[in-house]
Design a protein around this ligand. Structure first.
Ligand code: GLU
Length: 445
């Protein structure tokens, strides 16, 4: 495989899609060896077919704000790959959304979903609309306008959207309500729904819980106990909340959270009601964490800074792509970090990832660590299809088992001579092998 040729051809076709190219490069470098050992992959042009989405929908979303002014946003759905199941992946509503970020997310989603062991293909969508500072009524009108365009292209066995940054239970409710009005069916063509109308128990917690189950497995490979470890988290949304809940339950101490305005350092630990306060902060809609330091005066707010400058045992980026760079990685390593796990998708820059691996730090990529979210979405789809609701214990048990399984797959393909586990390689190869074999089995389509 000529990685550079493939990347430059892709770059020429899609100039400026930096995040997408970053995600593709990471996968290609990881799979190069197995790809070269399997001539059938090259013969079937698996890479060339995998790096182009099946199709992309782009549409205008016009809506009226509370002042009566007309607003125009862009809406997207990237149906990336449905080889192993219906397109599945979240919708992101954030000012940074563009085709490059959604293509990177859809590409990663394809491998992540393959890792979950459930039959789900990869997709992603969203808008450059930001819910920050918008009223409930504005968010509802936006979601309805978005769905008016998208509803024809999704369905329970076609494409099942869910939440992501800026899309939580409230937005899913508005989107799903409009979808049902238009589609006239009630088959659960969304996951992350409210519990009253087909949602799954544990889905809100699942990404964070799954991440901690995975981190626990990583630590076990070095006989390290999570108990008593200090943890830096970035973000303060749903994913950070779930991670904080489970980490605390397992005996670790969360000392940071962050927002676009800076980060909070709370040496006493963010536990109990402080974790619930994160939800209050999020629901305030201001997208800032500074008020935490006013409410809990023993904590400190660092304006405009990132939490990676604190000395911690474990670092969990939980906010957005490329939020931890090489300099941050150097600081963490100099401060003796043991484990870094991306809970956000592609939370670390490529240079930061290379540095962690070079220093033999326990490091794992988002597509393995955060797969518990979409896995539990898969469990929500199963419950909807069977018209039943599993108990909290049942969903959590399945989630735990899936995360252990993803860890085992990553270990199988990622263990290097000398014993270091390269989770980036392990997760990419495991996901790729499954998708590639299924593509070959299904012919040229
Ligand atoms: N947005 C989440 C992810 O990045 C969840 C997707 C889903 O539940 O479909 O995997």
């Amino acid at each position: 495989m000529k990685i550079n040729n493939i990347l430059s051809a892709l770059e020429a076709k899609h100039p400026g899609e930096h995040e997408f190219l970053q995600a593709v490069k990471e996968v290609l470098v990881s799979i190069e060896d197995v790809y070269n050992q399997h001539p059938e992959f090259e013969k079937n042009r698996i890479i060339e077919r995998l790096v182009e989405p099946d199709r992309i929908f782009t549409f205008r979303v016009a809506w009226v704000d509370d002042n009566g002014d007309i607003q125009v946003n862009l809406g997207y759905r990237v149906q990336f790959n449905n080889t192993i199941g219906p397109y599945k992946g979240g919708l992101r509503f954030h000012a940074s959304v563009n085709l490059s970020s959604l293509k990177f997310l859809g590409f990663e989603q394809t491998f992540k979903n393959a890792l979950t062991t459930l039959p789900m293909g990869g997709g992603k969508g969203g808008s450059d609309f930001s819910p920050r500072g918008k009223s409930n009524a504005e968010i509802m009108r936006f979601c309805q306008a978005f769905m008016l365009e998208l509803w024809r292209n999704i369905g329970p066995d076609t494409d099942v959207p869910a939440g992501d940054i800026g899309v939580g239970t409230r937005e899913i409710g508005y989107l799903y309500g409009m979808y049902k009005k238009l589609a006239r069916e009630n088959t659960g063509t969304f996951t992350g729904k409210g519990l009253e109308y087909g949602g799954s128990l544990i889905r809100p917690e699942a990404t964070g819980f799954g991440a901690l189950y995975f981190v626990n497995e990583m630590l076990k490979t070095r006989n390290i106990d999570l108990q008593g470890k200090t943890v830096a988290i970035s973000g303060f949304g749903n994913v950070a909340w779930g991670a904080a809940l489970k980490a605390t339950e397992l005996g670790a101490k969360i000392v940071t959270i962050s927002g676009p305005d800076g980060y909070i350092y709370d040496p006493a630990g963010i536990s109990g009601e402080k974790i619930e306060y994160m939800l209050e902060l999020r629901d305030s809609g201001d997208d800032i964490v500074a008020p935490y330091a006013e409410k809990y005066p023993d904590s400190i707010f660092f304006a405009g800074k990132k939490p990676w400058e604190q000395k911690v045992d474990i670092a969990l980026p939980c906010a957005i792509q490329n939020e931890l760079n090489k300099k941050d990685a150097e600081t963490l390593v100099a401060n003796g970090v043991t484990c870094v796990a991306e809970v956000s998708n592609m939370g670390c820059t490529a240079e930061a990832v290379d540095f962690f691996i070079e220093k033999k730090i326990l490091f794992a990529p988002g597509k393995a660590v955060n797969a518990g979210g979409v896995a539990t979405s898969g469990l929500e789809m199963s419950q909807n299809a069977m018209h039943i609701q599993w108990t909290e214990e049942e969903v959590d048990r399945k989630l735990h088992q899936i995360m252990k399984n993803i860890h085992a797959q990553s270990l199988k393909y990622g263990k290097e001579e000398g014993g270091y586990i390269n989770y980036v390689k392990g997760a990419n190869v495991a996901g790729f092998m499954k998708v590639a074999r299924a593509m070959i089995a299904q012919g040229v389509v």
